[in-house]
Design a protein. Structure first.
Length: 211
């Protein structure tokens, strides 16, 4: 008995909720799952997973991180990392995935949007719209789409930004460090930045810009 620990000591912080009930809770993890077929799982100290609506899934693996769905159905929100956050405020069938520390992905309103962040201190967002694709692979980078449908904003690089919004089927792509690409204020615009430290902008109808 010399090496015995007090009861409950060392228990991992974990919370599992489904269909309106908390099934398991230990440590400082928190979870809620309101709705038919909804699941919320939080693993990590001071982590939180909360869903409201049917057939939503929120999963967290990391300390001080949060995954949540405030209002909607069939959303899938996943966070892997510390002090990161992913959220659907309102919408259906959105998929958000954050991998990394101090990062964020969020949908303000809309359906069938896909947001992916892989990096540290990076962000991806959709303001309002449907079927937008936003992805960031890098550190201290940002990508956003919205106020329109079927827009694509992509960043592969550090300290870069991409925005595709205010229209439909706009594409903004960055594959460089310290660069930006912005497309929108109309439909079918394409902006591509492949050189470090450059800015590509395409606005109107069917415009193209490359740097």
């Amino acid at each position: 008995m010399l090496w015995a620990s007090p009861a409950g000591a060392g228990a991992p912080s974990r919370c599992v909720a489904a269909n309106g009930e908390v099934r398991q809770q230990s440590g400082t993890a928190y979870c809620e799952a309101h709705g038919v077929g909804s699941v919320a799982i939080a693993n990590g100290e001071n982590s939180s997973a909360v869903v409201n609506g049917d057939h939503n899934t929120a999963r967290v693996s990391g300390d001080g991180s949060t995954a949540e769905v405030e209002d909607g159905s069939a959303n899938k929100v996943t966070v892997r990392g510390d002090n990161s956050y992913a959220s659907v405020i309102r919408g259906d069938a959105n998929t958000l995935t954050v991998t990394g520390d101090d990062s964020f992905a969020g949908v303000l309103a809309g359906n069938a949007n896909t947001l992916t962040v892989d990096g540290t201190n990076s962000q991806a967002g959709v303001g309002n719209g449907h079927s937008n694709i936003v992805s960031v692979d890098g550190d201290n980078s940002f990508a956003a789409a919205g106020y329109g449908n079927e827009n694509v904003a992509t960043v592969v690089g550090d300290n870069s930004a991409a925005g595709a919004s205010a229209g439909m089927q706009n594409t903004a792509t960055v594959t460089a460090d310290g660069s930006g690409a912005y497309a929108g204020e109309g439909n079918g615009n394409t902006a591509v930045a492949t050189t470090d430290g450059c800015i590509a902008e395409a606005f109107g109808i069917g415009s193209n810009d490359f740097c």
